[in-house]
Design a protein around this ligand. Sequence first.
Ligand code: SF4
Ligand code: SF4
Length: 482
Amino acid sequence: MAIYDPKSLTAEEFINHEEILETIRYAEENKHNLPLIDSILEKARPQKTATGVHCAGLSHREASVLLACDIPEKVEEMYRLAEEIKLAFYGNRIVIFAPLYLSNYCVNGCVYCPYHAKNKHITRKKLTQDEVRAEVIALQDLGHKRLAIESGEDPVNNPIEYILECIKTIYSIKHKNGAIRRVNVNIAATTVENYRKLKEAGIGTYILFQETYHKQSYLELHPVGPKHDYAYHTEAMDRAMEGGIDDVGLGVLFGLERYQYEFAGLLMHAEHLEAVHGVGPHTISVPRVKRADDIDPDVFDNGLSDELFKKIIACIRIAVPYTGMIISTRESQAVREKALKLGISQVSGGSRTSVGGYTEEERPHDSEQFEVSDQRTLDEVIRWLMDQGEIPSFCTACYREGRTGDRFMSLCKSGQILNCCHPNALMTLAEYLVDYASEDTKRVGMALIERELEKIPRENVREIAREHIQEIYHSNRRDFRF
Ligand code: SF4
Ligand code: SF4
């Protein structure tokens, strides 16, 4: 039997089945243990330090106790704490991104995804470089600066050389005032050598969802293809980091397995990265299984209610305060609205989840990877965020300034990153408003920028940001950053 060891490089030791079961048992036993719950909440509270605010975070066991706790006042306290942590580290800024699907050719058999190899009636498509160019121009014309590229796994149709060529094309396109400044990559687990190539291509975050941490379920849900190899998939982030990628993004597909199991596994994975590489995950995504071409989410009997989903988001926020959290257009406007307050720091907007979707006039429903619940345009999403009191941010500054990995985390933990995030959010929002927004969004956004400029504490930073924003409004100069 494998022994739990967060420092091990063997999947079944750092994601240890027995330890997860023991954690769930411990959480169940203690879910009404008020002194313990209070001490866990106390430990997680933000503390003022000489340089800013510090949060201790929680272990997977402590966080699992909070997740299990169903005492209404304590749950309310968790929500308030999650909101407090969110505000302390991310303020009222929300970073915007869009997915770009390159190819839906796939040799795997994931039973929850319509791109699985056995689906013979879905249209298979792989973008040519000209089509990548057209999609990227369409995305730039919407106002996007940050993309997450997505591709099925197919060594013949989508080899690493194809992915690298697409990244090069994406970064090379300068259209009007637009530019894609950060390409995050969500492709199948691969070798250290290929991760090194991705690093050299200048990617931002490497994202790979575990789907489920439960090995037996994993094997059943991925019956064929290279993804069937649980250890190879689970150990991918270690290879990515060995290949020089500093920022990695975790996620599970909630609904496939018991949420308590996935939650503990996810946090154990974060602890493992911290223990081995000295830096935890850059982001955590929280997708839920959705309807798609030949996929019926109801066949998976671990579906989550919206209420539970909210609690999971809050508990992740409390446990790993320095990790960005992402929610996509899989979720409806109403769910996204609640999630924003509880810890989400990045959202997608105006997304198309099919290959070639941005250049199609109508949203193509028959070849989407999942049904998009939030179908609003990017302009509507930006306007909505501002109405919620949030600042939509198109900032991509950190990795372009070399602030990645442990350098990023130490700036984050000392609170110094806040001196960059706020002015960068306002300057990139100003770019969006003058170049892409509707008149109404522009009017609301400009007023918001005026108000938010006043909140920049350091006078010199405030004045520089103000000057740059005026330059953006009155000239074609772009891409200012702190
Ligand atoms: S989830 Fe990814 S690997 Fe699995 S079938 Fe879909 S595209 Fe292929
Ligand atoms: S300054 Fe860095 S951490 Fe802050 S929003 Fe920009 S990229 Fe993100």
